[in-house]
Write a protein that binds this ligand. Sequence first.
Ligand code: SF4
Ligand code: SF4
Length: 493
Amino acid sequence: MWEFHGGVHPNGYKNLSANKSIVPANIPPFLILPLLQHIGEPTEPVVHIGDKVLKGQIIAHCHAYNCRKLMTVPLHASSSGTVVAIEERAVPHPSGLTAPCIIIETDGKDTWTNLIPLDDYANLSPSMVRDYIARAGIVGLGGAGFPAHIKLRPDGIDTLIINGSECEPYITCDDRLMREKPHDIIAGVRIIKHALGGTERCIIAVEDNKPEAYAALLKAADQEIEVIKIKTIYPTGGELQLINVLTGIEIKRGQLPAKFGIVVHNVETARATYRAVQLGQPLVSRIITVTGGAIENPQNLEVLFGTPIRFLIDQCGRKSEIERLIVGGAMMGFSLPDDNMPVIKTTNCLIASIGERIKDKPPQMPCIRCGSCSDVCPLNLLPQQLYWYAKAKDLKKIHDYKLFDCIECGCCSYVCPSNIPLVSYYRYAKAEIRKSENEQKKAEVAKQRHEFRLFRLQREKDERKARHKVADKNKQDKIKAALARVKEKRAAT
Ligand code: SF4
Ligand code: SF4
């Protein structure tokens, strides 16, 4: 076992929901399904308003040729019903952005489409299993929503890591899944191994604050799968930090773990893979922790994608007015402007807060240069310098100090005795840099277009001149020929 630099031990607040078994959420009257719920190419609807759909039926996919090779997955109806609209709706994003969505009015029957499992997957080629996983719409359920089949290409992978270290405060869905469905996870891990063409090592990493989950997986695993207990420290669940802890390899931002023969999948992705391949069920739901001080009955719910957040919160009960609604964990999640948005594939936790914080924070004070932020940064960055340059809007310097290596884990903000919201400054600076780069690109394109216009005008002028020259020459030739004919005629007369 290795240790990465920094890290913190924030208040967990996991006890609110850690002992609540997973229960299915109610089926809402309407499902709002954004066409893009993963990183990569968007999908386009293949249904129309008025169409009847069954649970698990493909309702949108990428129209590009052989989209299973692309960074995309199809979208399935998460329950049976009727398509009533295809329109822009607000989606879970900090900006409150709208995006095209398919709206299904559910019929309450939740009738599955015809499911075709791959019973005999072990005798099929890894590429066939990968294609099947792609068609099931599976994306990484631990974070960003990277299409899972892209991370299942063998490409020299010898170590498969299954991430069961749920290090963010409040979130307990993976913990409950490991405790309650260890056999599903192990079955999924075997399928992932097969799709990768077999790996030398397969490790499931569980933090040592989840003893029941560790014991359940250990009991379910066979000799080919190592279940390892790792130290509880935030952000050990980050992909690069987990690889560092388990293998000692330090992967720089921008490098792919696959380059080092490693691939990381989340425990719920493994379970989704099992359900897709062995039960034939595409990805239409996931487990979500609904928690926070404003929730009457915090729970871990199996939720259909497209379920409105307001509907879920109503199911758990409201204890008081929600002050802040956060999607994701308390450290890396983001606030939503309202609860009128749907749950999507990357939603793992909803925190309805009444102002309780992972640390009681008085107002922001000036930086005292204590250096605590550098001590805890898992990427070994200099958060204080990043803060100064972000504040001074010195975008060049902040770039030089590797701002884009920052994973926005929030450790620096958490320990800052002056309560400076450092991550907000970094997010602002990143947005400014991206804006300025876009403007530069636009200016470059405009310059190229202007230069091309000048070139085209000159070319047209030259061509006109050349045409006139030819026309003049032809005219002169004709006059000469006419004069010659007159001269010949006179001579003949
Ligand atoms: S922890 Fe806060 S006060 Fe201390 S150096 Fe960093 S930014 Fe300044
Ligand atoms: S938010 Fe960024 S700068 Fe702060 S500790 Fe995390 S990685 Fe380091």
